[in-house]
Design a protein around this ligand. Sequence first.
Ligand SMILES: *Cc1c(COP(=O)(O)O)cnc(C)c1O
Ligand SMILES: [Zn+2]
Length: 412
Amino acid sequence: MGSVRCLRCVSCQTEYDPREIDYTCPTCGPRRGTLEVIYDEAALRRTIRRETFAATGRASMWRYETLLPIDSMRFVQPLRVGWTPLYSFPALAQRLNLAALYVKDDGQNPTASYKDRASSLVVIKAQERERHTVTCASTGNAASSLAGFAAAAGLPAVIFVPERAPEAKVAQLLVYGAKVFSVLGSYDDAYDLASEAADRFGWYNRSAALNPYLVEGKKTGAYEIAEQLGWQPPDLVFIGVGDGSVVSGLCKGFEEFARLGLIDRVPRVVGVQAEGSSPIAAAFARYRGSTVEFEDVEAATVADSICVGKPRDVVKAVTYVARNGGEFVSVSDNEILEAILTLARSTGVFAEPAGAAAYAGLVQLAKGGTLAGKTAAVVVSGNGLKDTAATRQRVGAPIRIEPHVKEIERYL
Ligand SMILES: *Cc1c(COP(=O)(O)O)cnc(C)c1O
Ligand SMILES: [Zn+2]
C-alpha cells in the first residue's frame, strides 16, 4: 500500500498491520484509540524531491500520490479534488497589520467543502478492500461529500443524518442518490447506528475520526499551502475545528514535509472553535503533555459543521497541535457572522460559517496585537452557498422598486 509501514494507535502507540484492521485500536476503543498512518520515511526521503509533485502533471491532491496510502491510481475518481486556489490579499493583510494574508478556498472542491479530500481517499480504500457500499453518519459536509464521491465511483452510499441536519446539505445527499436515513435522535445516536450497521452489513465506514485514512486526505491541504507558497509556508495557519480531524491533518502534513526536508520550518496551526462548541479548546487548555483529558459538552453554534459536543478526534487534535506549537481559540457566533461578511466583501470568497470561523480566529489574535508583521493563511473549509440562512439575517433585504429609472434615483 504505497509506502505505508503500519497503523499506530495515537494513545498506546501499538502498531497494526493495515490489512488486519479497519478502524480503531481494539485496546483503547474508538474514542481514544484513533490510528495514525505511518510511512517508511527513510525510503521516502531518498526518492522525494520538491519537483516530484509538479512532475505528476496533476492539478489535484493526487499530485501527492507517493505520500498517500493507496495501492495505485486505478480507483482515483475523475473529479478534481484539492489543489484549490491560495489567494493573497495585501490590502486586507495591511488592515490586520500582517505582512501577508492568504486565503485557501476549499469551497471550490467538487461538493464544496474540505471534506472532499478525505472522501475521495476513503472511497478508493473501500474499492481496494472490495467493500461494495460506503456509509457514514454526519450532520452535513462529510455526508454530502461521501455521497458525491460514491456516486463518481459507482458505489452505493448509505447515510445517517440526525433529524436536524441543514436543508441544503440533505438536498445534496438526495441529489447524489444516496440512501438517506433521518435518525430520530442526536448526531451521536446516528453515529452509533452507522457503526453498528457497518459491522452488521459489511459496509465501509467514513464516520468522523473512526477511519484512519480520513486524516491522510486532510493533510494534503498543508502540502498545498507549502508548495503554493514556493516552499516558504506562512507563520500561521487558521482552521475551524469540530471533531478535530482537519486540524490534525494540517499538523501532520506540515510535519511530514519538514521531516522529508521539503520545508525548513513548520507553521503554527491555530484551531478555531465556536464558543458554544469548544470541548477541544478546553481539553487543550488543560493538557500538560501526558494523557489528554476531555469533557463532552452540549454544543450550540450557528456554524453547523463545527457544532460537535463529543469530538471524535480530540486526542489527536490536542497532541498534534501541542507538538506543532500551535493553539486553540474560541470565537462567538457574532464574530463568525461578521467574518463571513468581511471575507466576502474584501476578498470575494463566500464561506459557510465553519469556514469563516477560521478568519474570525485570525481577527481575534490580530486584535490582541500578537501577529504584527507575520504571514498567515486562512483555510475556508466550506462554501457559503451551503448555508445561507444564518447570513441572510445580517444582510437585510433587497430594495423593492417599480421598474422606472426615477425609482433608482431615490435610493442612490
Ligand atoms: C468538518 C468541517 C470542519 C472541521 O473539521 P473537523 O475534522 O470536524 O474538525 C470545518 N469546516 C467545515 C466546513 C467542515 O465541514
Ligand atoms: Zn491503543
